[in-house]
Design a protein around this ligand. Sequence first.
Ligand code: ZN
Length: 76
Amino acid sequence: MNLIRVLIIALLVWLAYRAIRGMLSKPRPGKARRPESLSTDMVRCQHCGIHIPKHEALPRGEHYYCSPEHRDLDQG
Ligand SMILES: [Zn+2]
């Protein structure tokens, strides 16, 4: 009877070991992927509608513009 208990415990330990290994070795989707939206946040020129990176855009109020000309043209 002792042998059966030992075998059952060994089986449970093996199953737990397999489950833990499976969880650890499973590749996590999205971890290797770089969040592109954070590095290049695109905004739209309020005047001509062209899309430009946010760090290159000229903000005025809630809107963005591709150039000082378009920013000035959209005034008033
Ligand atoms: Zn523009």
